[in-house]
Write a protein of this length. Structure first.
Length: 339
């Protein structure tokens, strides 16, 4: 039988299925990767003007606007401005390059709150170089408001309040009302529109971490402004986002130059809040220490019992007698102390 005849009579269904599956997987991977890339590129191009107007460097250098960490994670950068040390721009996108992971994450999000549904997000973190008081104040979209508070520790430290100054789709979250009253400038107010709530997740001035702290050192203040956005490529929305960014940059200037200051009682309230969080962690650390000590004592007792079981009958009797003698001596000492 010739090679051609063998090829004709062989069953190639498994091989064809494997090749087709591989081709489709590669096609979806490349398509998802390119789509994520296009979303990041569109956003960075859309806010380019406001960054170039305010910073000496926009992008990661050598003419590049971004670094691709993975198919679903990109980052960019800006620096070279008075009162602002740096701006980190971090993109987190849906895993479109891996359709199975995308489907799995979407499915899990329906059944557990700890797994959020995949979405396209960009977090812009502004680190000021100037010095100003520690405080937390935020403008938060009502769309997903409870999730924003749940997944951002610093927002959990605030109180929510509505205001006629804000579009109906936003609320204030602040430790003290004075903070949002003074940081909500006319320029920021004019840049926020009702429809922007579907893009702007929140704008937060904070000194506290995103994740709930597990140790006192995690509470060390790190002042920054976080602008969390749903990623958009719409030109009008990007123009509105650029206006918001320009307004926030100016607020950081005013805070650093002491044009915006707060009353002493508002600052004392912040100090009191931080001390309360520290006391909670101190209690938690003490409880963990006590639990570890209890586990160690229980472990030693188990080891002693195991060692006792391995002794001969005569050795066990001697050990029991020694233990009884120790108890009697302790009892006698207590009686002497009382008398």
């Amino acid at each position: 039988m010739t090679l051609l005849e063998r090829v004709k009579i062989s069953d190639w269904r498994m091989e064809i299925f494997t090749l087709a599956f591989t081709f489709l997987f590669v096609l979806f991977y490349k398509g998802g990767d390119l789509y994520n890339y296009s979303k990041v590129s569109s956003f960075l191009a859309g806010v380019k003007d406001v960054f170039e107007d305010n910073f000496a460097q926009y992008g990661v250098g050598d003419g590049k606007l971004y670094v691709k960490d993975s198919a679903e994670s990109y980052s960019s950068y800006a620096s070279g401005r008075e009162n602002i040390e740096k701006v980190n721009i971090n993109f987190k996108l849906a895993p479109r390059q891996n359709i199975f992971l995308w489907i799995m994450e979407t499915g899990f999000s329906f059944f557990t709150e700890s797994v959020p549904a995949p979405n396209d997000r960009v977090d812009i973190s502004i680190t000021p170089s100037g010095d100003y008081e520690n405080f937390i104040s935020a403008i938060v979209s009502k769309i997903g408001m409870s999730d924003h508070r749940k997944f951002n520790y610093y927002l959990a430290l605030t109180k929510t309040s509505d205001s006629d100054k804000l579009p109906e789709s936003f609320v204030f979250m602040s430790e003290v009302n004075e903070f949002h009253e003074k940081t909500f400038t006319e320029k920021l107010a004019s840049s926020l529109t009702l429809g922007l709530a579907s893009v702007v997740r929140f704008i937060a001035f904070t000194d506290q971490p995103n994740e709930k702290p597990e140790a006192i050192r995690d509470l060390y203040p790190q002042r920054r402004v976080v602008i969390s956005l749903n990623l958009t490529g719409n030109k009008q929305e990007l123009k509105e986002v650029s206006d918001v960014l320009g307004a926030v940059f100016e607020i950081v200037d005013e805070l650093s130059e002491k044009k915006i200051t707060f009353k002493p009682e508002a600052v004392r309230k912040v100090v009191k809040n931080r001390e309360l969080e520290i006391s909670k962690l101190e209690k938690l650390e003490e409880d963990i220490k006590k639990e570890a000590e209890a586990e160690e004592r229980a472990k030693l007792k188990r080891q002693e019992r195991e060692k006792f079981r391995n002794l001969s009958r005569e050795e066990q009797m001697k050990a029991e007698k020694k233990a009884q003698d120790r108890k009697q001596r302790k009892a006698m000492k207590k009686m002497k102390v009382r008398s």
